[in-house]
Ligand binder design. Structure first.
Ligand SMILES: [Cu+2]
Length: 106
């Protein structure tokens, strides 16, 4: 079967980066994406986690925080502006492994 070139381009443009949350750890802790690419976190822990912008208690609100993500559920985020976006999990902000970074570059 021949796949039209236009379709291949479409697939490339909606590439998705996956982050797994397991044992209170974002894996991988640092992800690189292009503007607009989807980042999908999947929680595989029994404990709920969040993806919250910033690196401190209150966060910096560069993007809207996820709700608590239950076991087995996902949260999807797209960032359109290049930059470095540190993030953390609100309930476990004092655990080093519950911090991560998103690097958005053109
Ligand atoms: Cu957490």
């Amino acid at each position: 079967m021949t796949v039209p070139r236009a379709l291949i381009w479409t697939v490339a443009l909606v590439a998705t980066v996956h982050v797994t949350i397991r044992d209170h750890t974002f894996v991988p802790a640092i992800v690189h994406v292009k503007p607009g690419e989807a980042i999908v976190w999947q929680n595989t822990d029994q404990d709920p986690h969040t993806v919250t912008s910033g690196s401190k208690d209150a966060g910096d609100a560069k993007f809207a925080s996820s709700p608590l993500i239950p076991d087995g559920k996902t949260f999807t985020l797209r960032l359109t502006h290049p930059g470095k976006y540190p993030y953390f999990c609100k309930p476990h902000q004092f655990e080093a492994s519950m911090h991560g970074s998103i690097l958005v570059t053109r």
